[in-house]
Design a binder for this molecule. Sequence first.
Ligand code: COA
Length: 396
Amino acid sequence: MTEIRLVQGDELLTSALPLSAYAFYASPRPTDMEHWQRLVKDREAWRIHVAFDAGQPLATASVIPMTQNVRGALLPMGGVAHVATHPTARRKGYARTLLLRVLEDMYEQGQVVSALYPFRPSFYQRFGYAGLPKPAQARFNPRQLARWIRQPDQAFDDVTLSSLADGFKDFWTLLTVLQRDQHGMALRDPAATGSLLERERWLALAHRDGTVVGALPYEITHFGGQLVADGLFSIDLRARESLLRWLAHHTDQVTEVALQVPADARPELWHIDLDVTVERVISTPLQNAPMVRVLRPEGLNGLVVGAGSVDVAIQDETLPAAGGRFRLSSQDGRLEVTRGGEGTVALTPSGFAALVYGVLDPEEVVHHGWGVFDAEAQQALRTLFPPATPHLFESF
Ligand SMILES: CC(C)(COP(=O)(O)OP(=O)(O)OC[C@H]1O[C@@H](n2cnc3c(N)ncnc32)[C@H](O)[C@@H]1OP(=O)(O)O)[C@@H](O)C(=O)NCCC(=O)NCCS
């Protein structure tokens, strides 16, 4: 008899943590008790589900509480992470059973949307998730930006250097400001940021009038090697150029900067004559693109949308509470969702998510088999949900 329940505190040490360590860590390795105790503490805000059979923990799946900007509205989001089944119990449906419970639990917790990084997208698509574009990596030699070094300091913001741990508070404050304007951007609950500090990184911060206006978390592989940055975060052009100038100061120390940028970034236009390689490699399980799902259609009130009104019928087999008929209409450019309507547009949850996030055209939704509706309804949906490029940012 399988029992699924939430686990917290020291019970994690004998249930969820060994399962996810076997799946995601190099092994076998000696047990560093301090590391595990730190994880127990860092995960207090997570909801960690474990499936037991005859008292034995066999599979686990966690939800990290986050918020996400979806078309301008900040929504409660569940980040599904650390899905793992013991090798003796694989391919028996444990992950599937856990996922169904996790969806229900996120719904009960009031989360409106969910995101995850799939081991195989087709597995999660059957749970109502749809793919988002993956961020790109831009690579260039910092020598090419050397012109900026000779320009007067007054043209740039002041840049300081610390460890990520020491500058984390300022970094996070900046990210919460940027999240307000970045479609798709998720940020974990402040109580769940502890494990981010385990990443050893430098943090360059750009300051203006006592406020942090830009941030660049990075590591250097070796002398003559790469400077690898998780992203270049800036509130405006001046802050961005100040951080690019910081990179220019690494000319002759590193031969390449590798910088994560949103899928729609065009770094070739940042600087004249910049030779840059922009690459997006999508390959599971390690270089996977994220996926998203809507858990509560009624929670989408307030999204910034186009014009018009469409009646949809969402058939949600993996989370029935999220299905049904809804009227989606634009009131002064903001989405209003009410239960009811004619249900003329049939959608699967994946089809609905793809439209809400703006990643597929309605014609593609029909083509994938994620919806049934005619050309007139396609046009109505195209007008209501214009294409958009979400950038999730959080990785988990
Ligand atoms: C990925 C992982 C969590 C799957 O767990 P699982 O408990 O084996 O998953 P399930 O049994 O629920 O289903 C997985 C697949 O096995 C299939 N399956 C389940 N029972 C089966 C059976 N008796 N015979 C044949 N196939 C079966 C499922 O249909 C599914 O395949 P499909 O996607 O082609 O339909 C597990 O393999 C694992 O821990 N891997 C390492 C860590 C990892 O990759 N985690 C995911 C990070 S997102």
